[in-house]
Design a protein around this ligand. Structure first.
Ligand code: ZN
Length: 191
């Protein structure tokens, strides 16, 4: 982690972890990839290592992020998909050359066409977004119950009743807020 920069919120789903690089969208928004280098750092965490990133490539990444956010949110609330967002996702998906590689240990790795190709990494993220928005993967898109967050997340719980994008951040904060509200309503219960 670099001093002074917001840390990453890492989830198990690539596309919604990527949209989570802008958090608290309905509160005091936190930009977690404020510089090209931070995008490089983020991609490395997800096995999409690139050597460098230009500001133009960071712009492409943020455009894709907002498109995924818009399409995933629409899906979660069962609205029609926004056409401009779908175009951006499809463009990014089409304009990258990343290859899935099966290792002898039985794991999938991504090989990018060149180490400078942020576009290749973005195509992997776009394809991941397509797989969850299309309903191809087992799970359900939902919106975080935190009013200042409302991030779209991919619920893979068996009951499909997950409420928060992240238990450690939004989940804990909401639980604390509810506990404090109860204490105010029933001050005696704390004694
Ligand atoms: Zn949340």
């Amino acid at each position: 982690m670099r001093a002074g920069l917001p840390d990453f919120r890492l989830g198990s789903v690539l596309a919604t972890s990527f949209t989570g690089t802008l958090s608290e969208r309905h509160g005091d928004a936190v930009e977690r990839i404020p510089t090209p280098q931070r995008l490089v750092d983020w991609l490395a965490v997800y096995g999409l290592a690139v050597d460098s990133c230009s500001t133009a490539q960071l712009d492409l990444a943020r455009e894709l992020r907002e498109a995924i956010h818009a399409a995933a949110t629409a899906t979660a609330i069962e609205n029609a998909l926004p056409a401009p967002a779908v175009h951006v996702i499809n463009d990014r998906s089409a304009q990258g050359r990343a290859t899935a590689i099966l290792t002898l240990e039985g794991e999938r790795q991504w090989h990018l066409s060149s180490a400078s190709c942020v576009e290749d990494a973005l195509s992997v993220i776009a394809a991941d977004a397509i797989s969850i928005i299309s309903g191809e993967r087992d799970g359900k898109l939902a919106l975080c119950a935190s009013p200042t967050c409302q991030a779209a997340f991919f619920d893979t719980s068996r009951s499909r009743t997950r409420k928060w994008c992240d238990m450690n951040t939004c989940g804990n904060r909401e639980k604390k807020a509810r506990f404090n509200a109860n204490q105010r309503k029933n001050p005696r219960s704390a004694e």
